[in-house]
Design a protein around this ligand. Structure first.
Ligand SMILES: C[S@@+](CC[C@H](N)C(=O)[O-])C[C@H]1O[C@@H](n2cnc3c(N)ncnc32)[C@H](O)[C@@H]1O
Length: 211
């Protein structure tokens, strides 16, 4: 069944699988996004040991994966994505393993060295965040990287005129509280006024599983 005909668990999944997600996917491209991602992921990957496999939750058309593949050419890439138009774009890159489904329906049957989620936790229905944390945790056998909008306490903000679609909080702090063998490796901020690599104002957290 095509994913946009499904009965979704949450209004947020419906929103991303339909027109809003299609239009976002058309907008979400360009050289400046690629160079910003190259700069961001070079910093994050510099804090890791060699990474050979990575899955991105909510990969859209794959602009993060494209930057990561340029930085680590032999890496094996996987992506979870709900939106049909985005999945069509992901399919143009033959070396990405694609899970065309909602993160809320995803059951990890194996694990990856590096699990990435960027600009997606903020769009998950807060009642289901705990389940998404579990899936991120189960999917990783080493690193988990969250790149999201931070706020010390949970808040909702209007997103391009829509209500109930954007929620900020301390996602990494909540994961560190929930899973006792996760440790914080590093964190940082990317800024829209950066001279060379302006990006959305995003806070990144690199977590690692310890024994
Ligand atoms: C704001 S975009 C971020 C895209 C990409 N991670 C990036 O940094 O450019 C959110 C992405 O997550 C996808 N998404 C939202 N909710 C999802 C869900 N429940 N399951 C899978 N993908 C989802 C959307 O379709 C969209 O591609």
């Amino acid at each position: 069944m095509e994913s946009n005909n499904q009965d979704w668990l949450t209004e947020q999944e419906k929103f991303w699988s339909q027109d809003f997600g299609d239009e976002y996917t058309h907008r979400n491209q360009g050289d400046s996004l690629l160079s910003g991602n190259l700069s961001l992921f070079a910093k994050i990957l510099a804090r890791t040991q060699k990474v050979k496999s990575l899955i991105e939750f909510g990969a859209n058309r794959g602009i993060n994966l494209e930057a990561i593949e340029q930085l680590v050419p032999d890496i094996k890439l996987s992506a979870i994505e709900i939106n049909n138009v985005a999945v069509e774009e992901l399919r143009k890159s033959s070396d990405i393993e694609i899970y065309h489904q909602s993160i809320l329906d995803f059951t990890p049957h194996r694990s990856w060295e590096f699990v990435l989620i960027k600009g997606v936790l903020i769009h998950i229905n807060p009642n289901y965040l705990d389940e998404v944390y579990d899936r991120l945790y189960q999917s990783s056998h080493r690193y988990i990287c969250l790149v999201e909008y931070y706020n010390p306490t949970p808040v909702e903000v209007t997103y391009r005129g829509h209500q109930g679609k954007l929620f900020k909080r301390d996602f990494a702090g909540e994961m560190l509280d929930k899973y006792k063998n996760l440790q914080l490796v590093d964190y940082g901020f990317v800024y829209h006024r950066d001279c060379h690599f302006p990006s959305d104002d995003l806070t990144w957290f690199l977590l690692e599983k310890t024994l």
